[in-house]
Write a protein that binds this ligand. Sequence first.
Ligand code: DX5
Ligand code: ZN
Length: 221
Amino acid sequence: MNKFLIIPSILSANFCYLGHDIKTMIRAGCDLIHFDVMDNHYVPNLTMGPCILKSIKDNKIKVLFDVHLMASPVDSLIPLFFNLNVKFITIHPESTNHLDKTIQLIKKIGCSVGIALNPATSLHHLDYIIEKIDLILIMSVNPGFGGQIFLSYILKKIQHVRYLINKKKKSIILSVDGGINLSNIVKIIQSGADYVVIGSTIFHSQDYLKTIKALKDIAIL
Ligand code: DX5
Ligand code: ZN
């Protein structure tokens, strides 16, 4: 995987104009949108659910979603994302008692599987499942809120996961989520990220298109 991609996180979008903001992302060339689902239990915040993806689909906005489930229990939520233009469903190993079964549930609805690792979560969680997954999401903030500061010690973890992936024959996407901006994106890509999930840097800027262009220009090595 060589091509790095910017994945906008709509947690920081203007929810009054969500459809408009997503269309702007598509115009910027972003055809995968990060969708943060928070339940006020696994994380201390409450956000969006599948009914929003249904509205987007019903309104014929053609885009794919990268659904990041920060919810526990998580198994009962997974089937609700069936047939809603979801490419990836990413879950946290700590949010389920039976990780293998949860991975099977995601595959059963035709989605690719992502595993999210919190800053302090050990890579050992990957030991017995790495062959079964499509994406690893390294959290560079503690999950729950947009606009937090990137934890710089996570750069080492990104490098470590890059090394683990390169040892595998199967291609697995390495995505990084949290606190990414114009000053740190280069280090993150150089450490081995394929995808960078970016919320507030894009949606709190005056001109989304200009900001995405600036991020791309600076990050193309
Ligand atoms: C944090 C979420 C992130 C968040 C990133 O818990 O998982 O996806 O939206 O937002 P920024 O880029 O503002 O850190
Ligand atoms: Zn996220």
